[in-house]
Design a protein. Structure first.
Length: 168
């Protein structure tokens, strides 16, 4: 029986302030790269919960998503290992909130604010081609309402049941 192909679902926060975008500089298997605050969708969470969590973990800031910027697909082949993964990225724009006194996620070296021109000048440092594409779509005014996204209550119900069992 052949293995079932499954893309990796990720989320990303596109955050702009005064013409600059919040990015993270992170250690990857292919070296230090730039990315938006982003990461994988975890079990038992909605896409909105995932982007809020990832932004907090990677930047120590609260994030309130206000619009779906877009849904993107990209294939990544590691230059180092030859590993091949397809990603489906849900990118959100929104408001940056309070900063917290907490360490950044493992592998995140620092946060950095960059203009579009600064980011466009260093594509070899991007974690994926989606980094610049998302910013271009943001600058073009692309937005979709959050109401397009729906997570059935059984997502949260499963999370709540797991938390109750662990307290048991």
């Amino acid at each position: 029986m052949s293995e079932v192909w499954k893309p990796s679902v990720t989320v990303a926060a596109i955050i702009e302030r005064d013409g600059r975008f919040l990015l993270v500089e992170e250690e990857t298997g292919d070296g230090v790269r730039l990315n938006q605050p982003a990461g994988h969708l975890d079990p038992d969470e909605s896409l909105q919960e995932a982007v809020v969590r990832e932004t907090l973990e990677e930047t120590a800031h609260d994030f309130v998503p206000t619009a779906l910027l877009g849904t993107y697909m990209s294939r990544y082949v590691s230059a180092r290992t030859g590993g091949d993964v397809t990603y489906v990225r849900f990118a959100f724009c929104g408001n940056l909130g309070a900063v917290h006194d907490r360490p950044l996620d493992k592998g995140i070296l620092r946060t950095v604010w960059m203009s579009y021109d600064e980011l466009a000048a260093c594509p070899e440092k991007h974690r994926s081609p989606l980094v610049l594409k998302c910013i271009e779509d943001y600058l073009a005014g692309q937005r979709a309402p959050m109401s397009l996204l729906y997570a059935h209550p059984n997502i949260v119900a499963r999370k709540d049941a797991n938390e109750d069992a662990s307290r048991g």
